[in-house]
Every structure is written in C-alpha cells, then in structure tokens.
Design a protein around this ligand. Structure first.
Ligand SMILES: Nc1ncnc2c1ncn2[C@@H]1O[C@H](COP(=O)(O)OP(=O)(O)OP(=O)(O)O)[C@@H](O)[C@H]1O
Ligand SMILES: [Mg+2]
Length: 187
C-alpha cells in the first residue's frame, strides 16, 4: 500500500508521527528516508510522543541507536548513517529487544530492510524549485514536506491501515487530495 500527504508544518509531521506511535504494535519498524534536514528526527519526536515517551528525542548521530522507554512500548531510534553492516547493530547489544519495541531508523535505506519484511517506509521530500539549494540555516523555518508512506508485508499493511484511520492523518490526506483536485480543475 502507498499513501502520500503534504505536511505544511513541523507540528504536522509530528502529528503524523504521534499517530504512528499510537498505531504501532510491538516489533513494528518504520524507516525514515530523506535528505539532511528533511524532518526525520522531528517526525521521530512525534512518534515518541505517541508511544508515551517522557523526555526529549534528539538526533542519535553519534551513537547509532538510542532507546527511549515509552508507556506503551520502547522506542529504538537508530541512525544508520555510519552503520556499515547489520551485524554492527546486533553488536550494540541493546538492552531491549526489537521484537517488543518500535524501531525507527533514519538513513537506513539499503541497509536495514533485512531486519523486517513487515515495515512502513516513509520518504520525506523537501520542496524543490524556489527552495532548491536552500540555506541549511533556513531549514528550521516551517516549510511543506511531502510524505510518501509505503507498507511492506501483512503487518506493514495493517499498520498503515490503522494509521489512516487516525483523524489527524485523515485530515492531512484529505487536505492534500482537495488541493490536488483544485489544481487539476480546468480553468
Ligand atoms: N513541514 C516540516 N516537516 C518537518 N520538519 C520541518 C517542517 N518545516 C520545518 N521543519 C524543520 O526542519 C528541521 C528538520 O530537522 P530534522 O533534524 O528533523 O531533520 P533530519 O531529517 O533528522 O536531519 P538529519 O539528516 O540531519 O538527521 C527542524 O528544525 C524542523 O522544525
Ligand atoms: Mg535526524
């Protein structure tokens, strides 16, 4: 299954993240793909909120993986940027098991798919055109992102279906569709 939606504000991507956290089941995996400053960590902060994590989620760049204890389940936040093999992740000897946690991976494309055939992959695209070559300093200002969510496996499909039933997500999908419809209308 695949769905896409526009997230105009950082708080919108966090709302989608929170809905993901609420819809997740133990053992689920979410891959967040997108360029530097796309909003992967910002979305993970929303996911943490949805799982009932207290405390802040920041970029795990220098540690590969960070575990946050949530009220529904733990969040394993992985930054695979420097990960060269999946064995390295095993070698970290995380004090939780991926089977009972939600695993969220930044920069994992082409690296961590073997961890789970059941997953949601989220591509986060930053605006092009007038914003191409945008100064990284400006990345912190709200600017629309396009999310494309693709599910893999039966559990991945069920996870995405549950996400789509969330009113916050539904509202963003509907807003995106009505914008598309108005753009397609003949003059
Ligand atoms: N619509 C939006 N969605 C997500 N982030 C947004 C949006 N608008 C503005 N931002 C801002 O863009 C920045 C995204 O930074 P973030 O650290 O989440 O990106 P990242 O993809 O994790 O980067 P990195 O590749 O360095 O890990 C944040 O400061 C966030 O507030
Ligand atoms: Mg990040």
């Amino acid at each position: 299954m695949e769905i896409s939606m526009c997230v105009p504000l950082a708080t919108d991507i966090q709302a989608v993240g929170a809905a993901l956290g609420r819809a997740a089941m133990p053992g689920d995996m979410v891959m967040l793909n997108g360029p530097l400053g796309a909003g992967k960590t910002t979305m993970t902060q929303g996911i943490a909120r949805g799982l009932g994590v207290k405390g802040t989620v920041s970029s795990p760049t220098f540690v590969i993986a960070q575990i946050h204890h949530g009220s529904s389940m733990d969040l394993v936040h992985v930054d695979a940027y420097r990960l060269e093999s999946i064995e390295e992740l095993d070698a970290l000897d995380l004090d939780t098991s991926l089977d009972i946690s939600l695993t969220v991976v930044e920069w994992g494309a082409g690296k961590v798919e073997v961890l789970s055939g059941d997953r949601i992959e989220i591509a986060i695209e930053r605006p092009q055109g007038a914003n191409a070559g945008e100064d990284p300093e400006d990345l912190f200002v709200d600017a629309p992102r396009m999310l494309t969510l693709t599910s893999y496996g039966c559990r991945g499909d069920a996870f995405l279906t549950a996400l789509l039933a969330d009113p916050d997500v539904l509202a963003l999908v509907e807003a995106t569709e009505s914008t598309r419809a108005s753009l397609e209308q003949p003059e």
